[in-house]
Design a binder for this molecule. Sequence first.
Ligand code: G4P
Length: 535
Amino acid sequence: MTAVQQETGRVADVVAQAGRRRTFAVISHPDAGKSTLTEALALHAAAIEQAGAVHGKAGRRGVASDWMEMERDRGISITSSVLRFEFGDTLLNLLDTPGHADFSEDTYRVLAAVDAAIMLLDSAKGLEAQTLKLFDVCRHRGIPVITFVNKWDRPGREPLELLDEVEQRIGLHPAPLNWPVGVAGDFRGLIDRASGAYTRYRRTPGGATRAIEETLPAERAAAEEGDAWHTAQEELALIAEIGADLDPEAYRAGICTPVLFGAALPNFGVRDLLEAVRALAPAPMPRTGADGRERPVDGPFSGQVFKVQAGMDRAHRDRLAFIRVCSGRFERGMTVVHEPTGRPLVTKYAQTVFGRDRSTLDVAYPGDVIGLPNAAGLTVGDTVYVKTPIAYPPIPSFAPEHFMVARVRDNGRAKQFRRGIDQLGAEGAVQVLRSDVRGDQAPVLAAVGPLQFEVVQHRMEEEFGAPVELTRLDYTTARVTDQASLDALAGRRGVEVLTRALDGTLLAVFSDKWRLRSIEREHPGITLTPLLAAG
Ligand code: G4P
């Protein structure tokens, strides 16, 4: 085979493989059913035998994740994992996100690595605070959103009212793909809007496995479902009249959201959701580097670190960098360049991470996630590439609102303390801020939510053997500043300038907004740029 033929074959392979991948995340408010849906999706795609093998909370569904004791104790998911499953000819990469608001920064990083999102709503609650916040991130990043209205088997709100809420509060035109027969709580089945087919569901005992589905012709459905059928037909006529039809282009452009109704727990409507992801969610697309140049999907390999996680479980105490493949074909063992340092990086130990299991990964394509263990020096946002250099834009940090000074309890553990704090800062578990005045042994930790400090305390003790003492600082607000603005900020009460260890950014922190405003008034030219708001 000639070199040209080889290259043509390589490009065709990458294009075909990228084209069959869908990389997405589920965004929701805690308790809307994200863990349940994740399991149901994987179950439907036959990736796992029975719901519960992936997450499970506090023993609820058998196999609990033991990534962290804290997760078990609190029944919340802090770390995220990647699920990968085949669905027909499509390969789905589902990037899991922690549900608690205090870890929204982590969720933001995961959203930097996906091409689409499922917005999961509780049928009784509609749009909730955390859903709105995460939706904003999707909008900001241009991530198209499919809406899944969950828990239809329980009493909830009217479907039309929920569609209205989506339209009014987030400005997306809802386009229902299916329609429920029977109100929430008396759920009979779903009508597929495109084909008109009616699928009736029956729960399986315990609800943990796939529901029993039955397709009925319209006449029989009308006779057997009675009023519920007629109401659904009226509602369908109404939405057809207002033109709530799906326009795939408008979905990809973030103007419209396809909506599906269902129930994750008894596995109702989950297959429809998978079909929608397959048919509508965009495959990996070319990404633009910080210099504005685009890297084609079939260009040489490149990827971006979106997460660094250590101590994920007892069996793997190492540090794992999660890299989203942006272009080209990755082969284990290939030497890639770490863009920020220009240093070569060996990828002999590349892994896939499925839930808490890991296995060797030999090849990966755009949309896939590679786990690199013990890749020292890899930090969230870093680009890796081969051949033509590329640097993807950094993943922005959220504005911290909680600040603590960390000190080691036992001075004999100072080295471990330094190492641990550096590591947690590099992972982005918390932002580490330093200044000459405070010195190395008393860094300031900055967080979006206070639970992040608990994670730090726990991990410093368990993983690094350096228990820490945290003292609260009275700051509430942070702004990015620069050298030229330092004079105006120096010597003011309730104001301090610190350097973020991760990227050298200068952060000015303020005890309250009044102080910030008064400085801005006094020095109109000063640089005090807001960070991305978490709430
Ligand atoms: P999260 O990850 O978004 O926080 O939510 P999770 O899946 O843990 O679901 C939250 C609760 O909602 C769970 O009940 C779960 O069983 C329930 N749930 C999820 N989907 C559905 C659904 O489609 N129908 C119904 N009826 N319930 C659903 P829980 O009481 O908090 O937990 P458990 O006591 O059942 O363990």
